[in-house]
Design a protein around this ligand. Structure first.
Ligand code: MN
Length: 275
């Protein structure tokens, strides 16, 4: 937590990316328990972990479809890993407050807003996010803000792992095709996340022609409302990092990029492409 990188947060990002790429091959070979299949919590018994010990096995990742197809009444699913599993990149207190208070709060407020609108109860979380602006006026802002908050945090938990993986050759080829290189994609992502003014998110998204892009959104807005499908995203609200990083958003972004399970991002891509 030094102060030396405040003026150049991107350098921290690339240092972490370099570490990820250098160690990526080893990480992939060691990682046997990052299956995106829900209900598969025990399939990796005996695998090697760098941290988290036994509780690292208590993982219950939601699939992309699980998240997108949630319907009213919405419930807070457990984190896919122990709250201390992402230490030191994301501290336990931040994880507990972020999940148990903030994410729960969005869910509670979304449910409260939808409760008197039975005609909206059959809509999926993805449909609510894509279509809030055609809903009754009195629920638009609640669905926009709290529907976004509900969905966005599920994607955020989903793409992080105590055992991050490097992109597969297939995913790397798509990234090269659409950004020129992995580093160029990561630089655009970090720049988008760094320059969100106030609170918001940065995303790796898929358009309806199968092309990848980087986008930033304000507040709890989600790319679905612009016709783009979010595959990976980072929360840059101060509540996501302030306890550990204070004003050093760049350091937090560097740490986040080192937590990404690119196998999960690819699983999200596959699910989004098939839907
Ligand atoms: Mn948040």
């Amino acid at each position: 937590m030094t102060q030396t990188n405040i003026k150049n947060p991107i350098s921290v990002t690339f240092r972490n990316l370099l570490i990820l790429l250098i160690t990526g091959t080893t990480i992939v070979t060691l990682t046997q328990c990052t299956s995106p299949q829900s209900g598969d919590m025990n399939s990796g018994a005996g695998s090697t972990y760098s941290n988290g010990e036994a509780d690292a096995m208590e993982r219950s990742y939601l699939s992309f479809g699980d998240i997108m197809e949630m319907t009213y009444p919405f419930e807070l699913a457990p984190l896919p890993y122990a709250p201390d599993a992402l230490e030191p990149a994301i501290d336990t207190q931040t994880m507990n407050i972020h999940h148990g208070k903030h994410h729960q709060g969005y869910i509670n407020k979304l449910n409260a807003a939808l409760e008197p609108h039975a005609e909206l109860h059959g809509m999926t979380l993805a449909e609510l996010n894509a279509g809030w602006n055609s809903m009754p006026a009195e629920v638009q802002s609640a669905v926009r803000n709290h529907g976004g908050g509900t969905l966005n945090h599920y994607i955020f938990w989903n793409v992080m792992s105590p055992d991050p993986t490097a992109p597969s050759e297939a995913l790397m080829n798509m990234i090269d095709r659409d950004f020129g290189s992995f580093d160029a994609m990561a630089e655009e992502f970090a720049s988008a996340a760094s320059t969100v003014f106030g609170s918001g998110w940065a995303w790796l998204v898929l358009d309806d022609e199968g092309k990848l892009h980087i986008r930033a959104t304000a507040n709890q807005d989600n790319p679905l409302s612009d016709g783009l499908t979010p595959l990976m995203g980072v929360d840059v609200w101060e509540h996501a990092y302030y306890l550990n990083y204070q004003n050093r958003r760049g350091d937090y972004l560097g740490a986040f990029l080192g937590l990404i399970d690119w196998a999960m991002v690819e699983a999200n891509y596959t699910a989004a492409s098939e839907s």
